[in-house]
Design a protein around this ligand. Sequence first.
Ligand code: ADP
Length: 287
Amino acid sequence: MWKAAVAAARKEGVDIVADSARSIAGGSINDAWRVNSDIGPLFVKFNDSAMHEMFAAEAAGLQELAQTNSIRVPRVICSGCDNSWSFLILEYIAFDRSDNEAGRLLGLQLAQLHGCHSEAFGWFRDNTIGSTPQINTQTDDWIEFFGQHRLGFQLELASRRGGARLAKSGAQLCEQLDRFFAGITIEPALLHGDLWGGNWGVCKGQPVIFDPAVYYGDSETDIAMTTLFGGFPQSFYTTYREELPDKPGGRQRRELYRLYHVLNHYNLFGGGYGAQAERMIGALLAD
Ligand code: ADP
């Protein structure tokens, strides 16, 4: 498998000499290997050849994050494919334990990342959230973007999955989005896009973020995602808020933003996420 990735890299003009590898557990979507090579240890993710665009978009996202020099991300070596498999080859990072100081640095550096703005919401290309397509059509208006390409898109998928009640109450919520944004301006900030506790780590005291679903949007969407499953120390939130204070109505908006990810989990995994999304929509409609 990893040998196929090395051969595919050669086709992309990246000549790697690799001698051994071991499989790595822990990915939710892809299989991964640690490969020893002449340019240092590599982290190689692979999936079906049909997922080539997903890896190309992840590579572009990591590069977009890297060029801000705000927060460390794994260096991209290349993405590629052959007839059977697609690959993403990254620098291998030896993660160690996180502590309060790493959390503090993450808060500071994420605020710096969120200080990088674009002209419009969205991105120059679509990508994926988990393995679900994420549409990034560039749009001037955040409410329109979030309503159509985030909640609306996931609700459509939910409806096709049989979640008719969910789709109906969700549509009602989408009609009322304006009221969650009264009196505030949202800037198109560069986002990690999938910042749950499993997508950050620490290497030699420095925070590292990886596996992004990059686009430009409300910075609070990243903060909302950090609170969905936990895994971020209090020092992270304290430092982040010193840099970027919350705006009025932030609590309700973060619930809207968590809803996007809960809907995505329903569409990916089903189970209790549908009922959770319905409860969230009910509470938001009543708020
Ligand atoms: P998936 O796309 O399948 O969710 P991830 O990118 O989240 O996979 O990676 C799976 C796991 O591998 C992560 O939880 C992390 O522990 C580890 N990992 C991710 N990127 C690297 C890297 N560049 N170097 C070393 N380990 C990594």
